[in-house]
Design a protein around this ligand. Structure first.
Ligand SMILES: NC(=O)c1ccc[n+]([C@@H]2O[C@H](COP(=O)([O-])OP(=O)(O)OC[C@H]3O[C@@H](n4cnc5c(N)ncnc54)[C@H](OP(=O)(O)O)[C@@H]3O)[C@@H](O)[C@H]2O)c1
Length: 293
């Protein structure tokens, strides 16, 4: 099976490497071309444009920052849609967008992709760089059964579990509510860590309690070493977390459900990004609370 992979950032690179180790023939493209190098050394074929990269591919995976980035690899004279349209008479390729972009944009992209003759599946993932490298992600999938079936070999190579949430866009809806819960956890952990330290508790003792007590979750436990070392090298940046909580706010607007605490979570993360923490790992939000009087 020939797979084209567009977007070799923190997650995309780890996922593309995983597909190579699982024996897929891989075509790759990244806006910043230097990021293709390590994959090419391991057997992937690099292409200068998305249009060339997706040619003849059975499955096309996109793993990009946001909806604008996904549109930018699809549209225009060098975009993937040109190739999908040109290959219309061949068996239809499936585009699996694994970026987190929200339901509204996923539905619009699904329309554009289907109109070009290819199939569309939204499959945003839960899990960070290490699970991506090990094929242990959780995929939250939206799409018709037929499209999802075509994407399955690739999804199964990348994921420990695949949840089919419904038609196109519903994978994104599930991802948005799941990440919304994670954002509440983030604000809870970072603010309570600051409170504990301000109350004179040793940092390692508080972190030990948080990562071994009744409220320990994989998202805290996985950050334990980084939190202890105050290492904020981004695995998932606070700026991306802001994008995700805004998607949750948008979903609230779309369905007419107002959740005040979720709105407060958006304001907290927004303030952290304004204070210059956006490029750091999301747990750097604790700096906002530490510096407060
Ligand atoms: N990191 C995580 O732990 C994690 C976990 C689950 C889901 N996600 C989601 O997965 C997606 C990717 O996250 P990431 O952490 O891999 O992000 P990242 O490291 O910032 O990588 C972003 C990728 O998008 C590309 N890109 C951005 N804007 C573009 C544009 N206008 N045109 C073309 N390419 C563009 C970047 O290209 P350049 O290299 O040229 O900048 C890069 O390949 C996001 O939607 C994120 O929310 C991330």
């Amino acid at each position: 099976m020939e797979v084209a992979f567009l977007g070799l950032g923190s997650m995309g690179k780890a996922m593309a490497e995983r597909l190579l180790t699982q024996g897929f023939a891989l075509r790759v493209h990244n806006r910043t071309r230097t990021k293709e190098k390590s994959l090419v050394a391991r057997g992937a074929r690099p292409f200068a444009t998305p249009r060339e990269c997706v040619r003849g591919a059975d499955v096309v995976v996109t793993m990009l920052s946001d909806a604008d980035a996904v549109w930018s690899v699809l549209e225009g004279k060098d975009g993937a849609l040109v190739t999908f349209a040109a290959e219309k008479r061949k068996p239809r390729a499936v585009l699996v967008d694994m970026s987190t972009i929200g339901r509204e944009e996923a539905c619009a992209i699904a329309k554009a992709v289907e109109a070009s003759g290819a199939r569309f599946v939204d499959a945003p993932v839960s899990g960070s760089v290490a699970p991506a490298a090990d094929g242990k992600l959780l995929a939250l999938v939206g799409g018709t059964m037929k499209s999802v079936e075509r994407a399955l070999p690739v999804l199964e190579a990348l994921c420990r579990k695949i949840l089919h949430a419904g038609p196109p866009g519903q994978g994104q809806a599930l991802k948005v509510v799941l990440n919304g819960m994670g954002a509440h956890h983030l604000v809870a952990l970072t603010s309570m860590l600051a409170l504990g330290e301000r109350a004179g508790l040793a940092r390692d003792v508080v972190i030990d309690a948080f990562t071994s007590g009744a409220f320990a979750t994989p998202s805290y436990v996985g950050k334990r070493a980084k939190l202890l070392a105050e290492d904020y090298t981004p695995e998932f940046s606070l700026a991306l977390a802001l994008k995700d909580v805004k998607l949750a706010a948008q979903l609230q607007d779309d369905v007419g459900l107002e959740l005040p605490v979720a709105r407060a979570v958006v304001r907290e993360i927004e303030a952290g990004v304004r204070e210059g923490l956006g490029g750091l790992d999301l747990f750097a939000l604790e700096k906002r609370y530490r510096s407060r009087t």
